[in-house]
Design a protein around this ligand. Structure first.
Ligand SMILES: [Zn+2]
Length: 308
């Protein structure tokens, strides 16, 4: 379970991953404001270029292009006509890769003399070398791997600049779409390997230990269905996204080596006041559909995974 700042971290991940990952503060959802503020306070965001198109501030429905007319900033909305636009709505923010690389180096305890190296412009970096005893590993950060040309550049840089089996790749692309299943080196999602606490990144020790295992041991506990700490499941090509609590239920069922788990045990395990797992899933049609494809249960309150 992640007690701190999961929303800020997922906002950071989405900003890093999206090709035009930018935030306009005025347009933020109320629930994302805190996350945005945390990232700002941590110094994770930098000002991006001016926004070419914004939502009309009057109707909030049409896109308008801001322009300066007679010294006044305004836009022509197809519905509202000329509307004034504030400077705040023009200021966009984006995630700063330099901030991320610096915090990752700190999280891994990489010497401050070591700098990160850009391997592909804007999408792939060698964060630094992680050395324990005589063994050294390259820590690589890559993003936007689902994009074919970015992915091709990533593969070329990997072949040219990173020795085989000697790196850990941290990415912001979901493993289910990152096309990395053939790689022998570990690929781990940024949201799995670090926690964001008080503006600092902290290493998830358990996940890091998994990265350092030899390949055949890693594969042993990797699941072909679940990704990102059970927050995502892919069944027959359909992707389902789950809340942290729902993911906790799935992780619990996945861990049940003996087969079936009793509802009360599961609910205690995930620290929920609901009476059974169904209650946690049934309010969202998509998540409930995913749940029913993954989980089976009987009239006595026992639950188990159909496949793992
Ligand atoms: Zn309008």
């Amino acid at each position: 379970m992640r007690p701190m700042a999961p929303r800020a971290l997922s906002l950071l991940v989405s900003l890093l991953e999206a090709t035009q990952g930018r935030i306009v503060e005025d347009l933020l959802d109320i629930t994302d404001r805190d996350a945005f503020q945390r990232l700002c306070d941590a110094g994770a965001l930098v000002v991006a270029d001016d926004v070419p198109v914004i939502l009309c501030p009057a109707c909030g429905d049409q896109d308008v292009a801001p322009r300066r007319i007679g010294g006044v900033l305004q836009g022509l909305c197809p519905e509202c006509g000329y509307v004034p636009i504030t400077n705040a709505s023009l200021k966009a923010w984006m995630a700063d890769p330099a901030w991320l690389l610096g915090r990752l180096r700190m999280a891994f305890g990489i010497s401050s003399r070591q700098d990160s190296e850009e391997l592909v412009a804007g999408t792939m970096w060698k964060v630094g070398d992680y050395t324990v005893g005589r063994r050294s590993r390259r820590i690589v950060f890559a993003r936007r791997l689902a994009d074919q040309s970015t992915h091709d550049a990533f593969r070329r840089a990997l072949a040219a600049k990173i020795e085989r089996d000697n790196a850990v790749i941290i990415g912001t692309t979901s493993r289910s779409v990152a096309m990395v299943s053939d790689l022998s080196m570990p690929f781990v999602h940024l949201a799995e390997i670090i926690h964001l606490r008080s503006g600092k990144l902290e290493l998830d020790e358990e996940r890091w230990a998994w990265c350092l295992k030899p390949a055949h041991l890693r594969r042993h506990d990797a699941s072909p269905i679940f990704f990102e700490n059970f927050r995502i499941a892919v069944v027959d090509g359909y992707e389902y996204q789950f809340s942290a609590l729902q993911a906790g239920v799935l992780a619990c069922l996945h861990a049940a080596t003996s087969g079936k788990s009793f509802k009360d045990t599961i609910m205690v395990e995930v620290n929920s006041a609901q009476k059974n797992p169904v209650e946690l899933f049934r309010h969202n049609a998509r998540q409930f559909a995913g749940f029913n494809r993954l989980v089976e249960y009987d009239d006595y309150g026992y639950y188990w995974l159909k496949r793992r």
